[in-house]
Design a protein around this ligand. Sequence first.
Ligand SMILES: *Cc1c(COP(=O)(O)O)cnc(C)c1O
Length: 419
Amino acid sequence: MILNNQNDKPALLGGTRTFEGRFPSWPIYDRTEEQALIEVLRSDKWGRLDGDVTAKFEAEFAKYMGMKHALGTSGGTTALSSMLGALEVGPGDEVIIPAYTFVATYNVVVLNYALPIIVDTDIESFQIDVKKMERAITKATKVLMPVHMGGIPADLDKIVAMGQKHNIPIIEDACQAPGSEWRGKKVGSWGIGGAFSFQSSKNLNCAEGGAVTTNNSEFYKACYAFHHQGQTENAAGFGTGEGTRGANFRMTEWQSRMLLAQMTRLKEQDTRRTENATYLSSLLKDIKGITPAKPYAASTNVSYHLFMYRYDQRQFAGMSRARFIEALRAEGVNTNTGYGRLDRDPYVTALAKNPYYLKVYGEKAMKDWLESLKCPQNVKLTDEALWLGQSILLGSRQDMEKIAEAMQKIQKHAKDLKE
Ligand SMILES: *Cc1c(COP(=O)(O)O)cnc(C)c1O
């Protein structure tokens, strides 16, 4: 790595900033999106029951995924909920999820009064530890719900094999991973269904929105019904439904039209993020104590949502992670610690005292559940993890060099920077 500022003082100590520019802002749009929204406005057809834009988006997204069906939903959370609803997940069932994920993965399980079984992390990849995942399977396991964190595919070979061996369906939480591939096939197409999110921060964005993807037409029908008050697609009136439960998780024509417009940018943005993340990883190889998340070898494409890496303070003269964040910010690069410990979050541990859980599972089972929330590797990871957001990865190649340069400068001066 070529460095220009090895001897400069860190910006935090009064030196010059390494990165003077600005990373791309987010969201990204122009007249295309303006026109798109006006088009929907003037069509007088604002909901999917009124118009055909949502169906168009679904066809477009299914094509992008190389899959039979995509179902637009009001969000990623409701995409997951539609699938759990379609599979009739309920009280007494267990759903296996990773410890290192957004809380929505956990919430959708709890919303059905099923028991979330939280599995430890493989800290090299930041993904669910598949060995521990298999050990977590019991007779009550109803669904395996891996997450492709940050856009990096979880170990799908092992997870798919596990699902087949134990005859348990897999729902992929691919909310952060549209475009990522495992052995040449998109993630979100390996289980019975995949969930995607189009929430503001995500790589494909319409403020709030999501999708279910599946190749299973029966499952698609059940998801459609669940997200549409238990009614079948094209049902003329009420009372022609499927299943016994449902909700309204429908996508609007605004969201769909916005997504169609944003999708015209997706491929180029994905390519840039992937190139930049790969380049940045190669630059960071020279910096001891900075270790990017390592995708498994079978990941044939990683559509990065986050650039996740570990910070080892021992290689930085014992400087705390918080101080590193401060120093890097002063150099012009924003980084953050990402998710905390789901398995120790009071919001999660309080479930052991939830009156309905006590009613369904009993005191002993809930006490055992609380005891089982031991994820030592995830503790280590959440102590060391740092993220760079996806819009930083939309910067230039030179921007990536500046990030590496800033980190190297901080390392060189860690003794002085340390509090
Ligand atoms: C964003 C996200 C969700 C939830 O999606 P929303 O669209 O915000 O409802 C679920 N799981 C993961 C891993 C996510 O990143």
